[in-house]
Design a protein around this ligand. Structure first.
Ligand code: ISJ
Length: 105
């Protein structure tokens, strides 16, 4: 196989991987949207009943579980924890905003 053929093959393999990456990214966006739909409802429930926006003991359980799942699936557990913390921080910010709006801003 000459160099041109091997580059053509490599480009085809790259395009196939990128098609999968694009599908996975789309799935992540849909899953995140669904998760935020749930957490928005949780925020309203908490604000209505005077419950605190954050729940550190629940978060500790989630981190332990996701670190275990990451380990089992060959994903870096530190990355899994950072990702969850990133998402949860945003959720808590939404919950604080919902509670503030409910109490007159
Ligand atoms: C969604 C909740 O509120 C917060 C956000 C969490 C999350 O995004 O998973 C977890 C715990 C809370 O700090 C909850 O209490 O379940």
């Amino acid at each position: 196989m000459n160099d041109d053929d091997s580059v053509t093959r490599a480009r085809k393999i790259l395009a196939d991987y990128r098609a999968s990456i694009d599908n996975i990214d789309a799935a992540l966006i849909y899953m995140l949207a669904e998760r935020f739909r749930c957490t928005q409802a949780v925020g309203v429930l908490k604000a209505t009943h005077g419950l605190p926006p954050a729940d550190p003991s629940r978060e500790a359980e989630q981190i332990a579980r996701l670190r275990r799942l990451a380990d089992e699936s060959q994903l870096d557990p530190d990355f899994a924890e950072k990702f969850l913390n990133f998402v949860v921080r945003e959720v808590i910010r939404h919950h604080e905003q919902i509670a503030a709006d409910k109490n007159g801003g």
